[in-house]
Design a protein around this ligand. Structure first.
Ligand code: SF4
Length: 227
């Protein structure tokens, strides 16, 4: 990994800018869930993960309390990640369908996974201030990912955060503002914006988001990125 990107990742994991989230992530890591009581939780901000040469950027909401906040890698160790990585594998972005632990050998190609907020929030609901504070990390990250052409937003929160981020970088955002939806697609000039329902259990267990639906969006991302 590029030295600047590695340095950013290191600095991210030391961030304590949001007092509420720092307290929550550390409390969860201390109390733990019974099923994981013998594990040492990560309990810190979760750095982004993937291929530094990626043309496709995936933007999630935030780490899950007992998923990435436990394992220390994006979408690793929970059902959302199982669903997402299986789809990334089917669509050629991942070398294996599972992502259980940081040492499981998972590698991504042409894809980088980040989140609008890097610390697990209570009830999966960051505040607007927390979102905007953490977006500064994503802005810095994007500067170090020169090949990104397609931004895939996992859910409405990721969509809104990505739009704010792109607007702050001078990307012209049309009026009316691009509307989130599964399969929504907008051409913003140098970057294409794609939306998919978030692969949370709330969506995948109810059939609101199915594997073919997510595969479809990721395949479209690959196509827009240039095949
Ligand atoms: S959410 Fe982001 S800005 Fe806030 S403490 Fe965590 S890493 Fe820092």
């Amino acid at each position: 990994m590029d030295a600047d990107l590695a340095d950013l990742q290191r600095r991210v994991t030391e961030c304590r800018a949001c007092p509420r989230l720092v307290a929550w992530r550390e409390e969860v890591a201390t109390v733990k869930r019974a099923a994981f009581r013998d594990e040492e939780y990560w309990g810190r901000p979760v750095p982004a993960f993937g291929d530094p040469d990626a043309r496709v950027l995936l933007v999630g909401l935030a780490p899950a309390a007992h998923g990435a906040n436990r394992t220390g890698r994006m979408f690793t160790g929970d059902r959302s990640g199982d669903f997402l990585y299986a789809s990334l594998h089917r669509t050629g972005f991942a070398n294996q369908p599972n992502g259980d632990r940081p040492d499981d050998g998972l590698e991504l190609t042409d894809c980088w996974i980040t989140a609008i907020v890097r610390c697990a929030p209570p009830a999966n609901k960051p505040t607007v201030t927390e979102r905007d504070t953490c977006l500064t990390w994503t802005a810095e990250e994007l500067d170090l990912l020169p090949n990104v052409r397609v931004v895939v937003c996992l859910g409405q929160f990721g969509w809104d955060g990505a739009l704010r981020l792109l607007a702050a970088r001078g990307v012209p955002i049309p009026r009316p503002r691009p509307k989130f939806g599964h399969g929504a697609e907008y051409d913003l000039g140098d970057v294409r914006l794609l939306g998919t329902f978030h692969p949370s259990q709330q969506n995948t267990f109810t059939g609101r988001l199915t594997p073919p639906m997510l595969d479809g969006v990721l395949s479209r991302a690959r196509e827009l990125a240039g095949g």
